[in-house]
Design a protein around this ligand. Structure first.
Ligand code: PLP
Length: 488
């Protein structure tokens, strides 16, 4: 493809995306395909001779689209939102066009500098303490864009692990580092995202998973008792992950209690994972969730979840960037430059060397919507969740299982007195399976206090009360069918 064809195809692609977006509601929200469906549709080897791009696009429509789950569909209520604001799509397009790899300041200065500024803009908008901002006078902190919340948690754990081992090595200089590693222990709640457990697996450290309270919130006393018990047993607490807005039910760990507990233990790293909820803190009415953030060493949120920015754009801040980089620096000659040590080199802040120009899309979004435009989306999203909650509460056959604070409502059929808990779980499983199989609506389950619950998330950028009513009517129709049979 030469530049002139790209000019034409690029415009056609934008048209294709616009038509896709405006006709999306006519498609099934979930595909009805079986694993391996595409193998029968595509050749077994790559074409030796070039093909016409029109033929490629025909196959996109005929072969790829039938296997796509449409996350931007108004009937998609699964997981969490996956932003795709148009300015962010344009930002990614420009990033791909520029095609620079911004691993160091010198590798593409604007790439690093815009990222620093965007993270400071976002940190201020969210309400993070100044210690997290990079351009504050005398600050050791700063922010970075990672590919995912999982990476944010992992790199913070790696930094905490390196600091923990260094401290122990200082105390016990003759003890082997492998033995010191075996003493380190991390903590999170049972409701924390599985990426925390995975980070501990990768980091080869022990992890203690704690029981939250009846609302899914990890409490200070539970953490303190576990840490004290482990310390007495000769282990060394080094990392605590608290979650603001859990994946299962959007519960909030009690940071004002957890923070002071963590600070009683020497040099324990407190990470706050707000992958979904964090963006909502740009609204003054949600900022109270950040109480206790002054105790944290690091914080992450995915602007690609509730801030309309497309994947990937995970924002992470630390209060001490030197602790982070000292765990991750390797410095071969071919990557060095004359501003080493004075300019920021983001390759030392994460796992991959190569990095895309992701701050462009964040900049485009912030300028095109303004904070006020993004607040408007978040408020609408939360209002609609409250509306759905009211609908559920009005129907005696159902119950709401979580405290609805943002855009996620967890609910379930209560079942009859004759049914035991397992039977009610099965009933809810059947309800969700039937709804998803119909392609009319898409939701996913979660387990809360060991019970099966259905998660309903407000996702669509332009969701309306009619969309919520459609969803509720669909759910109640399937519930009626479950009780009465399809023919009644
Ligand atoms: N943390 C929380 C609270 C989440 O809800 C999620 C995903 O939904 C993650 C971490 C993992 O996010 P990612 O897919 O960006 O790794």
């Amino acid at each position: 493809m030469d530049v002139e064809e790209f000019r034409v195809r690029g415009k056609e692609m934008v048209d294709y995306i616009c038509t896709y977006m405006t006709t999306l509601s006519k498609r099934r929200v979930t595909p009805s395909v079986e694993p391996g469906y595409l193998r029968t549709e595509l050749p077994t080897e790559a074409p030796f001779l070039p093909e016409n791009f029109s033929d490629v696009m025909k196959d996109v429509e005929n072969k790829i689209m039938p296997g796509v789950t449409h996350w931007q569909h108004p009937r998609f209520h699964a997981y969490f939102p996956s932003g795709n604001g148009y300015p962010s799509i344009l930002g990614d397009m420009l990033s791909a066009g520029i095609g620079c790899i911004g691993f160091s300041w010198a590798a593409s200065p604007a790439c690093t500098e815009l990222e620093i500024i965007m993270l400071d803009w976002m940190g201020k908008a969210i309400g993070l303490p100044p210690a997290f901002l990079q351009l504050e006078e005398g600050s050791k902190g700063g922010g970075v864009i990672q590919g995912s919340a999982s990476e944010c948690v992992l790199v913070c754990m790696l930094a905490a692990r390196a600091a923990g081992i260094k401290r122990l090595k200082h105390q016990f200089p003759t003890v082997d580092e492998g033995l010191l590693l075996s003493k380190l222990i991390a903590y999170c709640s049972k409701e924390a995202h599985s990426c925390v457990e995975k980070a501990a697996m990768i980091s080869f450290v022990k992890m203690r998973i704690l029981q939250p309270d009846e609302h899914g919130s990890l409490r200070g006393d539970t953490l303190r008792e576990a840490m004290e018990e482990d310390e007495e047993a000769g282990l060394v607490p080094f990392f605590v992950a608290a979650t603001l807005g859990t994946t299962g039910t959007c519960a909030f760990d009690n940071l004002p209690e957890i923070g002071p507990v963590v600070r009683k233990f020497p040099s324990v790293w407190l990470h706050v994972d707000a992958a979904y909820a964090g963006s909502s803190f740009i609204c003054p009415e949600h900022k109270y969730h950040l109480a206790g953030i002054e105790y944290a060493d690091s914080f992450n949120t995915n602007s690609n979840k509730m801030m309309l920015t497309n994947f990937d754009c995970s924002l992470m801040w630390v209060t001490n960037r030197y602790l982070l980089t000292s765990a991750l620096v390797v410095d071969p000659l071919y990557l060095q430059h004359c501003y080493d040590g004075t300019a920021i080199d983001y390759r030392h802040w994460g796992i991959p060397l190569s990095r895309r120009f992701r701050s462009l899309k964040l900049w485009f979004m912030l300028r095109s919507y303004g904070i006020s435009g993004l607040q408007k989306y978040i408020r609408r999203h939360c209002e609609l969740a409250k509306y759905f909650e009211q609908l559920v509460k009005k129907d005696k056959r159902f119950e709401v299982c979580n405290q609805v604070k943002l855009g996620l409502v967890c609910f379930r059929l209560v079942g009859s007195r004759e049914e035991n808990e397992q039977q009610v779980d099965e009933l809810n499983k059947k309800l969700l399976t039937n709804i998803n199989a119909s392609g009319k609506l898409h939701m996913v389950p979660s387990s809360f206090r060991d019970r099966y619950v259905i998660r309903f998330c407000v996702v669509h950028q332009h969701a309306t009360r009619e969309d919520i009513e459609y969803a509720w009517d669909t759910i109640t129709d399937f519930a009626a069918e479950l009780y009465e049979g399809p023919d009644k």
